[in-house]
Each structure stands twice: as C-alpha cells, then as structure tokens.
Design a protein around this ligand. Structure first.
Ligand SMILES: C[S@@+](CC[C@H](N)C(=O)[O-])C[C@H]1O[C@@H](n2cnc3c(N)ncnc32)[C@H](O)[C@@H]1O
Length: 263
C-alpha cells in the first residue's frame, strides 16, 4: 500500500461509531472560533520556526495565502512583511475573525469561504502559501497539497503537531466511553506520503506550550464536543481531566518547501 493510501486509511480509522455520532449533541468535528482567535493573539507575539521559514521565503516582502486560516495565526504575524493576505477557510465564522484581525492590522486582505482545494481557483495565487494545523484533517492528501504548491510563487510552509492532535484524548475515550480509539497518524506517516507526491520538505521539530495547559472551561467544552457528550457530564469530564492530566507542551513540526526547487 502506498504511503498516501496509508495516510488516508489511518485518518479514516478515526471515524466515530455511527450510533455515537447520531446522538451527538453537536458536531464533534467543529472548531471553536474563540479558541483560534486566542491562538492568533498568541501567535502575533511569538517567533516560531514556521514564522521564520515564511519570512525567509518572503525575503523583502510579498503576498501570503493562508489555507485553513482560522483566526489568522499562520499569516497575520507576517504583516508587514506580508503586504497582502488572503484567508481561505470552510468556516464563515473563522473567515470573519481573520478579516477582523487583518482590518485591525491595516493590511490589504481578501477572504474566500470554502473547502480547499475545491475553492483554489477562487483564491489568487500568492508568493507564499501557509497552512497550519490542517493536514491532519485532510484524508485526500494529493489534491490538497499539490494545490498548495500550485498556488505558491515561492514556497509553502506547513505547521502541524508531531503526533495526531487528538491523540491525547485516547485515555479520555477509554475512561468516559469505555472505547479503545486509535491514536491516528503522525508526522512519520505524513513525510513519506509527501515524498510520494514529489515533495521533500525541510523539517524542523520544536515544542511549544499546549493550548490546553490552562485547563478550565475551554478544555471541558472541547472534550465534551469531541467525545460527543452532553453538558450534563461536564463534572465527569473535569474529573477525567484531573485523573488523566492535560498536556503541558506539544511537540510541533514545521515543514516547508520551495514551489520551484533551485536548479
Ligand atoms: C485547527 S484549525 C487551524 C487554524 C489556523 N490555521 C491556526 O493555525 O490557528 C483548522 C482550520 O482549517 C479549516 N479547514 C479544515 N479543512 C479545511 C479545508 N479542506 N478547506 C478549508 N478550510 C479547512 C477549519 O475550518 C479550521 O478553521
């Protein structure tokens, strides 16, 4: 089996049991805008290997396309080196948060609501394409990643956790549902899949504080949603989080590649 196919199957193995999905109080897969707006706040004040890689590609400046932009954590810290930013996201609420932050920064910006790569034609190409914390959502890797490269004049920067971002929930699934869940694919599955697509990225491994380290209501709401639980079980979720612990740090990776490799 090819690495691209293995990537797909590993992500598909994370599908939730249909009876659990049918009774879920809300979609377990949605992202909270407030969380990604807070992460964009933190990103504005933090230098990371991903930000440095994008700055190298931007050199004296240029345009940036942010795929799966959320609140803009990948692209908006690049302003003013980024003199124009385009945010693409399938969530209209995320795109709104992105646009509001770009307005506050006074940078020229454009938004496209829709799924990448379906909407790739509607997004103007840019010097640098950034895509942070999206690839673990992408089972059909080839069209998604090849469209990232095609949209980039100079290069692509992706950032993702080294392990699947939901793997820390495995003990909580066991405790709260009695279910044994797979941990999902990791960066070591992603790299060979990219290689099959002709992409040999520069890879930097690093770590940063986990967005869940503060605990509190945000984490409870996140676990409740992902585990398809009703608010009536919040106390149990709190107890499970205390027993299993919340990650303090997360292992990160930056992968970047040039759109056209120098001869
Ligand atoms: C985990 S969030 C990351 C947001 C932001 N890049 C960051 O690093 O904070 C993933 C975002 O990608 C969006 N997304 C996931 N798959 C997508 C796709 N195929 N096309 C467009 N947006 C997508 C989600 O709506 C969400 O806003």
């Amino acid at each position: 089996m090819s690495a691209v196919q293995r990537w797909r199957e590993s992500l598909e193995s994370l599908a939730l049991p249909p009876e659990l999905l049918a009774n879920a109080p809300e979609s377990p897969w949605g992202f909270a805008v407030s969380l990604f707006d807070r992460l964009a706040d933190e990103a504005m004040a933090t230098q990371t290997p991903s930000r440095r890689a994008a700055a190298v590609l931007l050199a004296d400046g240029g345009s940036v396309l942010d795929v799966g932009c959320g609140g803009g954590a990948a692209s908006l810290p690049l302003v003013p080196l980024a003199h124009r930013v385009v945010g693409v996201d399938e969530s209209a609420a995320m795109v709104e948060a992105f646009a509001a932050r770009a307005d506050r920064l006074g940078v020229s910006h454009l938004e496209v609501i829709g799924r990448w790569p379906d909407v790739a034609e509607s997004a103007p190409p840019a010097d640098v394409v950034v895509c942070h914390h999206v690839l673990y959502n992408v089972a059909a890797l080839a069209p998604f990643v090849l469209a990232l490269t095609a949209a980039a004049g100079r290069g692509v920067v992706t950032e993702q956790t080294a392990g699947h971002p939901l793997s820390w929930l495995v003990p909580l699934w066991r405790r709260l549902h009695g279910l044994e869940r797979p941990p999902g694919p990791t960066i070591d599955d992603l790299l060979p899949a990219l290689e099959e697509l002709g992409i040999r990225p520069q890879l930097t491994r690093w770590s940063q504080p986990s967005p869940w380290r503060a605990g509190g209501d945000d984490v409870v709401a996140f676990v409740r949603r992902r585990l398809c639980l009703p608010a009536a079980r919040d106390e149990e979720i709190r107890a499970a989080l205390t027993a299993e612990g919340v990650p303090e740090t997360r292992e990160m990776t930056t992968m970047w590649w040039r759109a056209v490799e120098p001869a």
